[in-house]
Design a protein around this ligand. Structure first.
Ligand code: NDP
Ligand code: MG
Length: 383
């Protein structure tokens, strides 16, 4: 039996992780559940999973009688306080954005293992987070499907050097759209992801291919791979979740129907697999799997992420911060979709790259990126 905190419990990853907890009550106890403001949803989860500690960033107007048995924490630092109070063995970090970085940092103080979905924590604080994890001997188990696939393939490595990592990309909702149409894609167009059902921010990131750029940076940190050894291949069916190439040209891949409970369960149970009634792959019905090079003319943000990784220092933080502002504005229908890469470009060009020596440096670079992005958008500081 392991205790686990589900940080971002009301989200897409959080609820699917709780589905695994529900299937294995003898293996996992969710002793800490956190969310931002979806209080009714969190109350339901608290009733069902009976954690010791629950947290909401936005305090609710009223706490129902039947959820008062657990310890409640509210406010901007509620996730961190909840972790410190619950002291779970494992933390599933599934908050979206740099907002989840503090939780990952604290989980490395409190927990035995960190299960990481929150890729932005590595994009922004990667060197510091991985150094702390290594220093404390805490495994960082990937939840992102591509990184889980690579992690699974690396189980067969047996000390051999890796030549290349190949990240697959679905290509998102606009994969086959023309350039001009992409520029003016609506929120509804962009949120219609062909193969995965995810939170809003990551679905927008998939359509712009920023997500794949963030994943290159995530893979660089998780697997200590230089950016030049990480390639992206577009694979619309999302059946091959990613691949590892060895020096003899052998390529190992991990395949499965797209269902995040696979990679979530693998991280939760590692090294044991957690069956969840996954649909078996029917190769004959699939018939074929398609692969193509990414089109960086229609999806320029992918190259910006590669450039930011190469530049190092605060450049990935700037990319991420500008993207978070741009995606927020797009989801509020304040800017066309095509402005997202333009805003990232403006922030990368306008904010000087600085070294990152501390978490405070990360937040300073993030704030500078957000200011630059808002200036470019012509909006104030309200979000
Ligand atoms: P969702 O938007 O569905 O869920 C986000 C969760 O985090 C919610 O519980 C939300 O609470 C909470 N949250 C949001 N903002 C804050 C904040 N500022 N402070 C504390 N809690 C907050 O996101 P996803 O589940 O889709 O994604 C989570 C992370 O996992 C992201 O980093 C994403 O890139 C990554 N990921 C997701 C995949 C997926 O399939 N969804 C696949 C691979 C990676 P509330 O509900 O109250 O707003
Ligand atoms: Mg992914």
């Amino acid at each position: 039996m392991r205790t686990i905190a589900i940080l971002g419990a009301t989200g897409s990853i959080g609820t699917q992780a709780l589905d695994i907890v529900r299937r294995y009550p003898e293996r996992f106890r969710a002793n800490c559940l956190t969310a931002h403001s979806a209080s009714d949803k969190l109350f339901e989860l608290v009733r069902a999973f009976r954690p010791d500690v629950a947290a909401l960033v936005n305090p609710p107007e009223h706490i129902p009688e039947d959820v008062r048995f657990c310890h409640w924490v509210f406010g901007p630092d509620s996730t961190v306080k909840a972790l410190l109070a619950a002291k779970p063995q494992d933390a599933l970090c599934a908050i979206v954005g740099i907002a989840g970085l503090d939780a990952v940092w604290t989980a490395l103080d409190v927990c035995q293992r960190v299960l990481l979905a929150n890729k932005e924590a590595l994009v922004t604080g990667g060197d510091l987070v991985m150094e702390k994890a290594a220093r404390k001997g805490i495994p960082m188990l990937p939840v992102d499907s591509e990184h889980s696939a690579i992690f699974q393939c690396l189980q067969g490595r047996q000390g051999n050097p890796v030549r290349r990592l190949l990240l697959t990309a679905s290509g998102g909702a606009l994969r086959s759209w023309k350039k001009e149409a992409i520029y003016n894609a609506t929120v509804k167009d962009v949120l219609a992801h062909p193969t995965w059902n995810m939170g809003g921010k990551i679905t927008v990131d998939c359509a712009s291919m920023v997500n794949k750029g963030l994943e290159i940076i995530e893979a660089h940190h998780l697997f200590q791979m230089p950016g030049e050894k990480i390639d992206v291949v577009v694979h619309p069916q999302s059946i091959v979740h990613s691949m590892v190439e060895f020096e003899d040209g052998a390529v190992l891949a991990q395949l499965g129907n797209p269902d995040m409970r696979g990679p979530i369960g693998y991280a939760m149970g590692y090294p044991e697999r957690m069956p969840y009634e996954a649909r078996p792959l029917d190769f004959a019905a699939l018939g074929h799997l398609d692969f193509a090079a990414p089109d960086t003319d229609r999806f320029p943000a992918l190259l910006m992420a590669i450039e930011a990784l190469k530049a190092g220092g605060s450049a990935p933080v700037i990319l991420n911060g500008a993207n978070e502002v741009a995606v927020g504005a797009f989801l509020k229908e304040r800017i066309p979709f095509g402005r997202i890469p333009e805003i990232i470009r403006a922030a990368l060009d306008g904010v000087p790259v600085a070294p990152i020596r501390s978490i405070a440096d990360v937040y300073a670079a993030d704030a500078a990126a957000r200011r630059a992005a808002r200036r470019e958008l012509g909006i104030g500081n309200e979000e």
